[in-house]
Ligand binder design. Structure first.
Ligand code: HAM
Length: 429
């Protein structure tokens, strides 16, 4: 019986899988780089009010999912359930907007939500995302959507769909909300308990209910996209035109409303067919009122966030990881004490030249060192003992071909620096 176990909904990323994370993170960073987004890192916890104010008191996240605790000085803190609020806090605190009119940042970080764990839904999960702060034109929305889609394209993911919608603004949404409520009043008694609960606070979310009966009941419900004011309508039209011109395929889905309150105009998701019920790879959109809400001046902004665990699940399903975990180029197997001594010194020499090298640290026999080299999938094994050292050479075994030859010690570094230890595939994923 284990004395300690990880907390429900959290998981370890073990050495055998971490290379996949590194591969994906590297791809994310390089696409962010070509789009000229720079990384921002913020603390893991913030004042609770920052999140409840930004995400919205009536949302599931604030209402029942936040990891909130009081620290020893009596302040209420929350482990970040998402990054947008934290990025806006940092933007304001550090006057980032004064240095440039449009601030483009990205992040890769752990998030925390106390949801019911299931495939693709964890309590500590990881997001990558980006925020473009200070631009009101639809071209910024298009860039954010394109940026997220390009990351999946760069990773060669298939079967994903970009779905866009407009959720209007403070001018057109209130009237639409009334229209929707009017419609829903007619079916109220038949709605699920959860949807009935949302009727007063957040009726739009009834539209993305997962309950089949709710879906049927709201089949002909009025949708925000058909009730937009002139400004929102033209913004949405422009976004669609730009997406088409830059060849980003999309669908319009009037039911995308998002689970966070700060959205205005554009709301979008990227969905994967390979994910089951938790099928959203990306959620994002425009949030023009948030910076002002947090005490800054009017700063129209747009961004997205995406779950890394879900991306990995989809990539695994599509067999996109063909590379291998890191492995030593060289394993030095020592036949005796003289060989062991040489191995210690020579391995440092290899490592200082950037060549991955392993030696036996457990005092094993030559035979079991050879077995260990094989287990670690080393590319070459150097076998060395007193006899070899007297002849100023070592025996070298190519583990792939099984070929064995002698190589002069003075030629070793040159051999491995010029091709001998290079990865045949060059892939790491
Ligand atoms: P969100 O839709 O709450 O949006 O989360 C974005 C993505 O994070 C989801 O589509 C999903 O892939 C992943 N995700 C969310 N919750 C979990 C979970 N419990 N387990 C695993 N993955 C999860 C936001 O967070 C907004 N801040 C997005 C944004 C940025 N909007 C504007 N800028």
């Amino acid at each position: 019986m284990l004395k300690y176990k990880s907390i429900k909904g959290t998981r370890d990323i073990l050495p055998d899988e971490s290379h996949r994370w590194q591969f994906v993170e590297q791809a994310i960073r390089s696409v962010m780089h070509v789009f000229n987004y720079r990384e921002i890192r913020t603390p893991v916890f913030e004042e609770t009010a920052l999140f409840s104010r930004s995400i919205g008191e009536s949302t599931d996240i604030v209402g029942k999912e936040m990891y909130t605790f009081t620290d020893r000085s009596g302040i209420s803190l929350t482990l970040k359930p998402e990054m947008t609020a934290a990025v806006m806090r940092s933007y304001l605190q550090n006057n980032l907007g004064e240095q440039q009119p449009l601030v483009k940042v990205y992040y890769i970080a752990p998030m925390f939500r106390q949801e019911r764990p299931q495939a693709g839904r964890l309590r500590q999960f990881h997001q990558f995302g980006a925020e473009a702060i200070g631009g009101q034109d639809a071209v910024v929305d298009a860039e954010i959507i394109a940026l997220s889609a390009e990351i999946y394209r760069a990773l060669q993911l298939k079967n994903f769909k970009v779905k866009i919608n407009s959720v209007g603004c403070e001018n057109c949404r209130p009237a639409y909300k009334d229209t929707l409520k009017n419609y829903l009043t007619g079916v109220f008694d038949k709605l699920s308990e959860e949807s009935q609960h949302r009727f007063d606070q957040n009726p739009l979310r009834i539209l993305d209910s997962k309950d089949d009966n709710d879906r049927l009941l709201t089949k002909d419900a009025p949708l925000m996209k058909d009730y937009l004011c002139k400004e929102c309508e033209s913004h949405f039209g422009e976004l669609r035109a730009i997406l088409t011109s830059i060849k980003i395929e999309y669908e319009i889905d009037g039911r995308i409303v998002r689970g966070l309150d700060y959205y205005t105009k554009t709301a979008y998701e990227i969905i994967s067919k390979d994910l089951g019920s938790q099928d959203a790879l990306v959620g994002g959109g425009r949030y023009d009122m948030l910076v002002k809400e947090l005490g800054g001046k009017h700063t129209p902004s747009v961004g997205f966030a995406a779950g890394i665990e879900r991306l990995l699940m989809a990539m695994e399903k599509q067999n996109l990881f063909t590379g291998e975990n890191s492995r030593p180029a060289i394993f030095i197997a020592a036949a005796d004490n003289a060989g062991k001594h040489w191995a210690i010194i020579q391995s440092m020499e290899f490592r200082r030249h950037g060549i991955p090298c392993e030696i036996d640290l457990l005092g094993r026999s030559l035979k079991s060192q050879m077995r260990e080299a094989d287990r670690q999938n080393a590319k070459f094994v150097l076998i060395v003992g007193e006899t070899e050292l007297q002849q100023k050479q070592v025996s070298m075994k190519n583990m792939k071909t099984g070929e064995q030859s002698n190589i002069m010690i003075k030629d070793l570094m040159d051999y491995f620096q010029h091709g001998g230890g290079k990865d045949e595939t060059g892939k790491t994923g």
